[in-house]
Design a protein around this ligand. Sequence first.
Ligand code: IPM
Ligand code: MN
Length: 369
Amino acid sequence: MTEPAPMTATTGDVRRHRVIVIRGDGIGPELIDATLPVIDAVARKHGGFQLDFVEHEAGAGLYLREGQSLRPETMAAIRQADAMFKAPVGLPDVRRDDGTEAGLLGGLRVGLDTYANVRPVRLMPGVDAPIKADPGSIDYVIVRENTEGLYLSRGKGVGTTEVMTDTMLISRKGTERIARFAFELARTRNGAPEDGRRRVTCVDKANVLSSLAYFRQIFDEVGALYPDIEQEHLYADAAAQELVQRPGHYDVLVMENLLGDILSDLGGATVGGIGLCCSANIGDDHAYFEPIHGSAPGLAGLDRANPISQILAAAMMFDHLGETPAADSIRWAVDEVLGSATVVLGPSGQPNGGTKAAAQAVVDVIGNT
Ligand code: IPM
Ligand code: MN
């Protein structure tokens, strides 16, 4: 892979991007601390833009002190900003009355209507994946519907002390827009590693659940507008097998919220663990970027967590902000440090020299090339 050339710095206007930063809980703050120098390094290298960061506190720590995990003024600031950059939040012991964690999901994903949760699964060089595959032979994106499905009730399920329910909601509008998003994304990609064909796979349980049969029906309706993209259906249980046995066949997969949650962790495991996996939450008006994993409080403060998920989330943010060379430089540098074994991941996915050293290796590669 050749390194992306630095963009010519504009002498006149500097593009300014306003970014809200949430440092999160557990390992969150150290992931952000490790990633900011990477962001600085690509900003220096490529020039022409500047990120104006404003930090806001949110998450379980805040909930403990204030009884709210997200302040209204933080939401207002995110709505005004060009993007939000977020570390994992949540602590297992900090729960609401119904037992669900005091996280930010409802507030952010639904509140900002970021309906597309985009989760790349890519096997990078040098990674000792648990399945037999070469770098480049696994490269697909899970497009997880992010605002409805079985996550709709989010801690507001209906029941009594003897029974509890959550409802799967699939709407026409919600499914049309996520299907469109998946097809548009496929048009920007190079197709599946196996055969280079652009393909969108609808993952569902249309054989059992009416809600997901409806999801499939609407996927097909939207798909008719994209005759240039190959289209197929796959049951979610079969998908769990396929993503292990034949991952190279997949390009873009679109699915309901909970299915996307589960299968993106499975996909992450096949390419070396979710410590390497980033995501974008994208809506028509707002977007934010975060690792797919949680805040791992047991590792907090130990300088052991893998910062690569957070670093690659920054690359996704640069893509969104239109700073593509900066995004490509980050991905290229991550491939470089892993491929050259400058950063080696242990069996549980933690980098040999620790969090800071792994991020510094990425900074060094960006700075030296
Ligand atoms: C994710 C996470 C969240 C989810 C948790 C932290 C609530 O697992 O982003 O995948 O369930 O969506
Ligand atoms: Mn998850």
